[in-house]
Write a protein that binds this ligand. Structure first.
Ligand SMILES: Nc1nc2c(ncn2[C@@H]2O[C@H](COP(=O)(O)OP(=O)(O)O)[C@@H](O)[C@H]2O)c(=O)[nH]1
Ligand SMILES: [Mg+2]
Length: 259
């Protein structure tokens, strides 16, 4: 089908989310779906220097430049110190990495990020990569949440808030998705994602200042999010991808028009 023909340039999809939300699993699964169902040319970038075994074959891999393991061994750092240091190394070598990323012959470049989202987000590395990718193509951030962890309406609202933080830090259009939709515990989060009205009425049913704050936040998020819809997906069982794709398509076509 040739997405690139339609778009005129590559889509860089930066996959973020809290540790264990399924970034790496989704990168592999969604990449496979894009190449099969959409006949897209897909490339993979791993920006997680702490990754062990990956379920996809990275075309560009941060671990060629630095690994958390070697920093711990060679510099005697603890795990957190090594993670922070590894972000610094990626930041300093971003020119080389970005050069290689720009050379990829792909319609969609999936960018997997460190297990611990805050490392990438709050270090200069994250914004530097997103800014540079946005110059080279259409850059969109995809924030994944583990839907089984959003059990109360206010907790669900804080997840939404996180995607707004990502948008503020990375300065690219940001789309949220609920992952692990196959789990029984995902049901309630799925219902709130589908129906913002239900979320607001359930928030009203919650007690205290937190629920009031959360209700206000939902209003703000609805006003500022590029995409209010939150698709439910399962990276493990590989479903929900068409809905996710449609949403991304809307967003990247809009950002294509703006530049
Ligand atoms: N049930 C279920 N588990 C998932 C799904 N996606 C990822 N996982 C599991 O969640 C854990 C963390 O996944 P991973 O992709 O490594 O998360 P990351 O830290 O965000 O990269 C692994 O055990 C995955 O098998 C999903 O859609 N459903
Ligand atoms: Mg990962």
């Amino acid at each position: 089908m040739g997405l690139r023909l339609h778009l005129g340039r590559a889509l860089y999809l930066i996959v973020l989310g809290p540790a264990g939300s399924g970034k790496t699993t989704l990168t592999a699964a969604f990449g496979g779906w894009l190449s099969e169902a959409q006949e897209a040319r897909v490339a993979y970038v791993n920006l997680d220097p702490g990754a062990d075994v990956l379920p996809y074959k990275p075309d560009v891999d941060a671990r060629e430049y630095v690994t958390v393991e070697e920093l711990m061994r060679e510099k005697g750092l603890g795990p957190n110190g090594a993670l922070v240091e590894s972000m610094q190394v990626l930041y300093e070598r971003r020119g080389e990495l970005l050069e290689r990323i720009s050379q990829l012959e792909a319609d969609v470049v999936l960018v997997d990020t460190p297990g611990q989202m805050e490392l990438f987000l709050f270090h200069d590395a994250g914004p530097a990569f997103s800014r540079e990718l946005a110059k080279r193509g259409a850059a969109v951030a995809l924030v994944l949440f583990d839907s089984s962890l959003a059990r109360s309406p206010s907790h669900f609202a804080t997840l939404r808030l996180m995607s707004l933080v990502v948008q503020l830090r990375l300065d690219v259009p940001t789309v949220a998705a609920l992952n692990k939709g196959d789990l029984e515990a995902a049901r309630r989060a799925a219902a709130w994602a589908k129906d913002p009205g239900l979320l607001l009425s359930d928030l009203e049913g919650e007690q205290g200042v937190i629920s009031e704050l959360a209700a206000k936040l939902v209003e703000v998020m609805n006003a500022y999010s590029v995409a209010a819809r939150i698709p439910l997906v399962s990276a493990k069982e590989r479903w929900g991808f068409q809905e996710l794709y449609d949403l991304l398509h809307e967003v990247w076509c809009a950002c294509g028009d703006l530049t």
